[in-house]
Design a protein around this ligand. Structure first.
Ligand code: LLP
Length: 438
């Protein structure tokens, strides 16, 4: 995983840093990001587009993991940025991310959020539905500010992934339906509006996708509609945004394609379809989140209590769980792990890794082979870089972990661990309660 390896003491290293040193220095649970791995993946995507000779933008989907340092890194890597809330937009602005490369998503952007995006003059808004379109028209008129938009459509393509993270099917809360005439109607409305400029079409079929064919299907469906509309709608997109969703490896069950294969498939198909219509190849934009940061992240936990149920199971508990990684509970996601302080030792027992929340569903890994585990061992869970910290929560009033970036043997904290004071920071006493100690 990433640039992880094992040093002479038999300890796991990440980006050249001993994982046990990181655990000692910053405490656990701890998210560790191998920055080099993120850089490599960004370059892999960029090279694929350069080899294809098309204009492109790669927008990092910041929902996968957003913080000021990550946004700064995305900027340095020449990526654009996909935000899907005013909170992610605010983070991007705080990081000084160039506004013209920010794209705003979401199925329920509020008028306030739209106004913030318009006033900040971000690169484009991905229009999702008629309600939003009406608001956006009014806001751009009032502010006399032009705004580039993409129109999000649902191509009616199944992504063959978990249903919670599948978005391209017709029955979806996202985007305009291609076939019922809604997308066409929305395009006409945008084209005739003086403050909105329609840059292109957007489709996102889902997440953790291992087959490139789904992207080709989406391209095909979009072009099928463009061709069908030709008589009554004089429109051809400058930009085709095919979303994110490129799968990563969590464990042996996952077989992701090399990143360039996804790009080659989608660009080849677009070239083919554009040629059929005798039109130029549009700019191709993508929005990877997980594929950029997922495998770069490792979570370090300290092992605590042990419960042996004879002939049934051994539960090994760690000091985090569904508060820092809700994916096993929510999607039955599977992860691999090692003991960072015993990385060279042979596996001798099969155990199940439990989180510390008061909930039976808070299990991180079922039936994993590990060396003999004892309290104080450091468990390193791999591929936790996407939708781990970003979906972290304070259930049971557990503090959110710290986040560390490592690169070339150096380490640096980019998000501090939450404190007890943070937990009660926004709380007020209830004035009707009369206590003695008040
Ligand atoms: N673009 C759009 C419009 C999206 O909705 C998403 C993800 C992405 C890009 C990035 O997808 P990625 O490349 O990261 O797969 N919490 C779930 C994933 C939800 C994805 C939501 N949208 C998980 O932990 O698997």
């Amino acid at each position: 995983y990433g640039t992880s390896s094992v040093n002479q003491e038999g300890h796991l290293t990440i980006g050249g840093v001993d994982a046990t040193t990181l655990a000692e220095t910053y405490g656990t649970p701890l998210f560790v990001y191998d920055v080099k791995d993120i850089r490599n993946r960004a370059h892999e995507f960029q090279e694929a587009f350069i080899n294809q000779g098309v204009n492109y933008q790669i927008a990092y989907a910041s929902k996968a993991f957003s913080c000021i340092a990550m946004v700064e890194l995305a900027d340095e890597l020449g990526l654009s940025l996909d935000v899907c809330s005013s909170g992610e937009l605010y983070t991007a602005l705080q990081a000084g991310f160039p506004v013209e490369r920010i794209h705003f998503h979401g199925n329920n952007k509020t008028p306030d959020e739209l106004e913030m995006a318009v006033k900040e003059k971000i690169g484009c808004i991905v229009v999702d539905n008629f309600t939003e379109l009406a608001w956006l028209m009014a806001i751009t008129e009032t502010n006399k500010t032009k705004m580039d938009v993409l129109i999000r459509i649902t191509p009616g393509v199944e992504a063959h992934t978990h249903e919670y993270i599948s978005t391209g099917q017709e029955d979806s809360k996202f985007g305009f339906d291609l076939n019922s005439g809604q997308a066409k109607k929305a395009i006409k409305m945008i084209l005739s509006h003086s403050f909105l400029t329609l840059q292109g079409v957007h489709s996102h079929i889902g997440s953790q996708i291992f087959k490139a064919e789904g992207f080709q299907e989406a391209v095909k469906e979009i072009y099928r509609s463009l061709a069908a509309w030709k008589e009554t709608l004089d429109y051809y997109p400058n930009v085709l945004n095919l979303g994110g969703g490129f799968g990563i490896r969590y464990g042996d069950q996952d077989h992701p394609l090399p990143l360039h294969v996804y790009i080659d498939y989608m660009v080849d198909k677009t070239k083919e379809e554009a040629a059929k219509l005798d039109m130029p190849v549009p700019e191709i934009w993508i929005e990877p989140g997980r594929a950029l940061v997922g495998e770069a992240g490792t979570t370090l936990y300290s092992i605590g209590s042990r419960k042996d149920i004879p002939d049934i199971r051994t539960y090994i508990s760690v000091d985090g769980g569904m508060t820092d990684n809700i994916r096993p509970a929510l999607y039955q996601a599977e992860y691999e792990a090692v003991l960072a302080n015993k990385a060279n030792e042979e596996n001798t027992e099969v155990v199940s890794i439990a989180g510390k929340c008061c909930e039976s569903g808070d299990m991180l890994i079922w039936d994993i082979s590990l060396p003999q585990t004892t309290q104080g061992d450091i468990l390193a869970v791999f591929s936790t870089g996407a939708y781990g910290y970003s979906m972290a929560n304070n259930y049971n009033r557990i503090l959110r972990p710290a986040v560390v970036f490592v690169e070339n043997g150096e380490h640096e904290c980019v998000i501090e661990r939450e404190s007890f004071e943070d937990l009660v920071r926004h709380e007020r006493r209830y004035s009707a309660v009369k206590g003695q100690n008040r």
